[in-house]
Design a protein around this ligand. Sequence first.
Ligand code: PAF
Length: 283
Amino acid sequence: MIEVVHTIKEVRETVKGWRKEGLSVGFVPTMGFLHEGHKSLIDKAVEQNDRVVVSVFVNPMQFGPTEDLDKYPRDLAADTRLCEAAGANLIFNPEPSEMYAEGFCSFVDMNGPTSELCGKSRPTHFRGVCTVVNKLFNIVQPDRSYFGQKDAQQLSVIRRMVKDLNIPVEVVPCPTVREADGLAKSSRNTYLNPQERQAALILSRAIKLGQRCVEMGERDAHNVVKAMKELIATEPMARIDYVEAVDLDSVQKVDKVEGDVLFAMAVYIGKTRLIDNFIVNIK
Ligand code: PAF
């Protein structure tokens, strides 16, 4: 039976017990409302570790003042069922006051990889992500932690943080999980009405088009981005926040498609902001 705990002390005690038995620990940080994408992270963690912790915490620090913190979907009972069925052992579901005690004033900030893409449109977002992930790593002290490629910039940022701050955790990337029609799984897909859900397919269509351009030999990153933008513009319900080509590690803009290049986009469908991406490796 999976255990659900709400305090840092309880997590520490449980993990300490496992460590005494010499067991390895995998960790999947989430904001809950779990779907198949999260399940694939938990599956991988269960496969690679003796015990698995999943955190379910809608982190206020990574939301801007006009963003969807209050309406972000929550369903701990369903999350618990999914985690239990997937074979996780512990859910950490803290209150914001447990994570951010009164007087909290220490942050993990990063330049470089946070300056483009979502970092531009959501200027305080990655400070919140880095701070909470660092705290969660300190609380759980896992051997490995699992992150989805759908949040490709987040993954590059976490990798950089782990390297720069010598955090003893192996970061394991996991592929994006999609609906049958191509839409990347996301808790925010629940905001879409049926017409918007249909319009949202423009993101995965733009990705397929971008991939095809590169496959056919296009090496000017701007031309690939232009083709993707033009396609997205044909969908009346879509409004582009950004479509960019960046180096996968540094997350800085590139002109040429060479090495590891991340093509990333954020697109509003109605009021819902969706992100998606693809990565190419050109020798
Ligand atoms: O990807 C997410 O769901 C969040 O950004 C994370 C990593 C759980 C931090 O709150």
